[in-house]
Design a binder for this molecule. Structure first.
Ligand code: R1P
Ligand code: URA
Length: 352
């Protein structure tokens, strides 16, 4: 961290770059694919148009943003690493760097808890997600047979993806899958996002994690559960939170349209971002009126409940990332956002 930061509440550099993703407005588009790994981001970006030249920014914290156009439509691909905190950095810092609506599709990997409906190599588009979190008040040093008041893991209620985007993602993936490819695409299952790859996904390590029954408990308690990974719930949860914020903050100013030098100030905030180039004719929508639409496509890498515990081959990963990447880009551009609800083109890296 070498730059001077001005605001402790929502840190930014003097030239308006957010603290962890390193972006400033005009470098990230309203339509975004988010992935965990840089190589997957690169594969997807190979489908972008040759013009305008792709913008690429790698932040000091390892977030990589690639922005360009796909079939003429501005899109970004953001590699965020792993876990709820990184998804949180991505969603919040992106939201504050962009006016208008936000459409986000995660292309991730996952483990399967249902090797019949979702064998290794399946692509699952979860209609809902629950979260699994470790209970930090549980005494993990105790023996498994001692009854404790606390449960070792919490399982949240489900949160849904956007139903319209969901259908678009399933259809776009079906369209992008090569005709000779037998990969199943499953859209009617539920995903569980865990706060750890190991203990909260029921993996056994040398630590006393009290998780031997966790997978069975999950399958019993969550209808249609099929997959486990580490980010999608937080994406769905933050979208739900954003879309319900007008209700939840009665003090929010829903009619502000004037220009602001910086989006957030310290103290309780009602996020409003600067009026970047509104004169160009787009982004008439205020932050208060904007919406987030989210969904995900998850490639099954690991069969957690099959007897042979198989794991996907590198060749299969490469093949699915190739057509799956195309599929999610197709879904992004198929999702209709009126021009006045998009970030202005003027001054952006996707302008010609
Ligand atoms: C664990 O190996 C990682 O893989 C999954 C999990 O959610 C976690 O981030 O997703 P990605 O392949 O997108 O990183
Ligand atoms: N990612 C996860 O989080 N879990 C798995 O089992 C596989 C990929």
């Amino acid at each position: 961290m070498k730059d001077l930061i001005t605001d402790a509440n929502f840190p930014r550099t003097a030239d308006n770059r957010v603290y962890h993703l390193g972006l400033r407005p005009g470098e990230i588009a309203n339509r975004i694919v988010t992935v965990g790994s840089p190589s997957r981001a690169l594969t997807i970006s190979s489908h972008l148009d040759a013009e305008p030249k792709k913008f690429r920014l790698e932040s000091e914290r390892g977030f990589i943003t690639i922005t360009g156009r796909y079939k003429g439509v501005p899109v970004s691909i953001v590699s965020i690493g792993m876990g709820f905190p990184n998804m949180d950095f991505f969603v919040r810092e992106t939201r504050e760097s962009l006016s208008g609506d936000l459409v986000v599709i995660r292309l991730g990997s996952c483990g399967s808890l249902n090797h019949t409906a979702a064998p290794v190599g399946t692509v699952v588009v979860p209609k809902a997600c629950v979260a699994i979190t470790r209970n930090l008040d549980f005494d993990y040093g105790e023996t498994e047979d001692r009854q404790q008041d606390e449960k070792a893991y919490f399982i949240s209620k489900p949160v849904l993806d956007d139903p319209v985007l969901h259908q678009i993602v399933v259809k776009a993936l079906e369209g992008a899958r090569p005709s000779e490819d037998q990969t199943p695409i499953v859209g009617d299952k539920v995903n569980a996002s865990a706060d750890s790859f190991y203990s909260s996904q029921g993996r056994l390590t040398s630590f006393p994690d009290h998780n031997t029954h966790l997978v069975d408990d999950l399958l019993q308690r969550v209808d249609d559960l099929a997959t486990l990974e580490m980010e999608t719930h937080h994406l769905y949860h933050l979208a739900k939170c954003w879309n319900s914020r007008i209700k939840s903050s009665p003090g929010a100013n829903t009619s502000r349209t004037e220009s602001f030098p910086a989006p957030l100030t310290t103290g309780p905030v009602h996020p409003v971002i600067p009026d970047f180039g509104r004169s160009s004719g787009s982004a008439q929508v205020t932050m208060a009126d904007s919406k987030m639409y989210v969904s995900a496509a998850q490639m099954v890498f690991a069969a957690r409940t099959s007897a042979n515990r198989d794991f996907i081959t590198p060749e299969k990963v490469q093949a699915i990332e190739e057509w799956g990447g195309k599929g999610v880009l197709e879904a992004l551009i198929a999702y209709d956002i009126p021009a006045e609800r998009l970030h202005p083109e003027s001054g952006s890296v996707w302008a010609f």
